[in-house]
Design a binder for this molecule. Structure first.
Ligand code: ES4
Ligand code: ZN
Length: 324
């Protein structure tokens, strides 16, 4: 199983680049940039990664991102991620970044985008990994701040394919950003949103009906509403599911209880992704393995999950053909 997973050509559609910052690089960058971390050792960092909810994770995740200051820091974290992709036979990535996490600390939008983009370009040339960049709005911040971020992004529109919505879900429904996403649609950004991770199925309906998403990030709470599941199947709206993340953040009680394979068998276009691999204990192959080890999954189903990752991507039909 492990060998099959390693060999499968895969795409990753749900990856926060700030969440791929490994403790070793976090320490190195903290030292270089003269930033004091609330931890003395790498061991201490890893021990702090014991989460009880999405918010308990986000608090630590935003603190970790403080070590990213210069363009080369953003390059380094992205390049390290791409090397792991290469090692795991991930051929295409659509990665998220959170500009507001950085601009709110006085880091220029340009520093962030240019650092990430330079690594992605090098990844295309030297590693043969194709990539798209998706900017996420932090949903715990205001509509006004999201509009400001959208405005700033327009200078870099050639480098950004789409927009998403992440951070603390409950209490910040998609409807809060309906007007922002309408503006994003108008300028031609592709649209995705985190919904149904901790929030209930109404958040997924709102993401579809009010934001006009092409894909739902997580979406695992869809199965509380049979009509919604039918709709996802009929329209083939993809879900970018992150199994290790869901267990670590207690969105599901254990991997055995995860509904990803049930949804797959019903005909939902589900995919496997790693979310914040440095924090949740695994990259894409470890996520596939965790599913395969805890749920009864056939080899054919593993192949289908990998094929789905290309099908659910923003690649052109011709590019999809090329990969699968
Ligand atoms: C996130 Cl797992 C998750 N959920 C929502 N927002 C996020 N940002 C980074 N990881
Ligand atoms: Zn996520």
């Amino acid at each position: 199983m492990k060998e099959l997973i390693a060999k499968l050509p895969k795409a990753e559609l749900h990856l926060h680049i700030e969440g791929s910052l490994e403790p070793e690089l976090m320490f190195a960058l903290a030292q270089k940039n003269n930033i004091t971390l609330p931890y003395k050792t790498i061991e201490e960092v890893k021990n702090a990664y014991n989460f009880t909810s999405l918010q308990s994770f986000l608090d630590i995740y935003y603190a970790g991102a403080n070590v990213l200051i210069t363009e080369s820091d953003f390059f380094d974290v992205t390049w390290a991620y791409l090397l792991t992709c290469k090692a795991q036979n991930v051929l295409h990535v659509e990665i998220f970044f959170d500009p507001q996490t950085h601009t709110s600390r006085g880091i220029a939008f340009e520093t962030v985008v240019n650092g990430i983009t330079k690594a992605l370009q090098k990844g295309e040339i030297e590693l043969g990994i194709s990539s798209f960049l998706i900017m996420c709005f932090l949903r715990h911040l205001s509509e006004e701040e999201a509009f400001k971020t959208l405005q700033e992004s327009l200078l870099f529109k050639d480098k950004i394919l789409g927009v998403g919505l992440d951070s603390s879900e409950v209490g910040h429904p998609p409807s809060k950003f309906e007007r922002v996403f309408a503006a994003c649609e108008n300028v031609g950004y592709k649209i995705v949103a985190h919904a149904g991770e901790e929030g209930d199925s109404s958040y997924i309906w709102e993401a579809i009906n009010l934001l006009h998403v092409k894909r739902i990030d997580h979406g695992i709470r869809c199965d509380e509403d049979a009509t919604l599941v039918e709709f996802l199947i009929e329209k083939q709206i993809p879900l970018t599911v992150c199994p290790l993340s869901n267990v670590k953040l207690r969105a599901v009680s254990s991997m055995r209880e995860h509904n990803i394979i049930n949804l797959l068998r019903k005909g939902v276009l589900v995919t496997i992704n790693s979310d914040d691999p440095a924090y949740f204990g695994g990259y894409i192959n470890e996520n596939y393995e965790a599913v395969a080890n805890s749920l009864h999954v056939s080899q054919e189903e593993l192949k289908l999950l990998a094929q789905n990752s290309f099908k659910a991507s923003f690649l052109s039909e011709a590019q999809k053909q090329h990969f699968t």
